[in-house]
Design a protein around this ligand. Structure first.
Ligand SMILES: Nc1ncnc2c1ncn2[C@@H]1O[C@H](COP(=O)(O)OP(=O)(O)O)[C@@H](O)[C@H]1O
Ligand SMILES: [Mg+2]
Length: 262
């Protein structure tokens, strides 16, 4: 079981979109996946057409150890979705005062049987608040979606120094598993320049595959489903299927490297 965080301290870069569509693509390849919506904005939850009614349990109950993933899971496209709620914003204020507040997710995930899932995906909010810190403390690796714009590079450097801080303090094993360009257009000069700069900084951590700008991706989440279910032949669906293949390839070769060095 591998825990993967979707992180970027900037909003609107495609974290939630990638979390949903990559999960759906991997589930269709037979992987067992749970996705946790750790953003009070609940975009991942609504992107799957789910609303949590008042008083119903949601991801908070998992964080505080009162519900298991299987108690909370809502099945969508073969994926176990653990929903969020706007109430999580209020819960954040209260949890901020608790000791060990940055390790809530880590502790709860330690109780999940290791063979229950292949991957647990954690979507995080855009700022370095409580829930992003929880994801960074719990994840084996993070996936970083990035827009091919110049200001994105500053964000990458900030995230990188944050990751280093977490490696020192709370999570020695944390790795940047991949950086993926979203809304990338190889015909646009500035997009290619950014791709080159990110590659110079991260090398092979940058995925070869990228996601193109595609309106069906936006429409799909409005319709409460992944782009793969919405229109399996559109560019967005194609890009996410290819991304899932590269993801799997990298997971396999990473696993082999780890066994060799062990
Ligand atoms: N490849 C894409 N093409 C077009 N729109 C996209 C693409 N990826 C994401 N979007 C849209 O961009 C917006 C922000 O994406 P989102 O995943 O919510 O970002 P974040 O979670 O980082 O804030 C959403 O409206 C989403 O539908
Ligand atoms: Mg989001």
């Amino acid at each position: 079981m591998k825990i993967i965080g979707f992180c970027n301290l900037k909003g609107g870069v495609g974290k939630t979109t990638m979390c949903q569509n990559l999960a759906s693509a991997l589930a269709s390849l037979g992987r067992r996946i749970a996705v946790l919506d750790l953003d009070p904005q609940s975009n991942l939850t609504s992107g799957w057409g789910i609303t949590v009614e008042e008083g119903e349990p949601y991801v908070y109950d998992f964080l505080v150890g009162e519900s298991s993933l299987s108690d909370l899971a809502i099945k969508r496209e073969g994926v176990d979705v653990i929903p969020s709620s706007l109430d999580l914003a209020v819960a954040e204020l209260q949890l901020e005062r608790e000791p060990g507040r940055d390790s809530l997710l880590r502790s709860s995930l330690e109780n999940v049987p290791k063979d229950e899932y292949d991957y647990i995906f954690c979507d995080s909010p855009p700022q370095l608040g409580l829930f992003t810190r929880n994801v960074l403390a719990a994840a084996d690796e993070i996936m970083v979606p990035l827009e091919s714009e110049f200001y994105s590079l500053a964000g990458v450097r900030l995230l990188d120094s944050t990751v280093k801080l977490f490696q020192k303090r709370l999570n020695k094993g944390l790795e940047v598993g991949g950086v993926v360009l979203t809304r990338h257009n190889p015909k646009v000069v500035i997009n290619r320049d950014v791709q080159r700069e990110v590659f110079a900084y991260y090398g092979d951590v940058l995925y070869r595959r990228f996601v193109r700008q595609n309106i069906s991706i936006v429409e799909a989440s409005g319709a409460g489903m992944s782009v793969l279910s919405y229109d399996r032949n559109c560019n967005g669906a194609r890009d996410y299927r290819l991304l899932a293949e590269e993801f799997e390839e990298r997971q396999e070769s990473h696993g082999e490297k780890k066994t060799q060095s062990a």
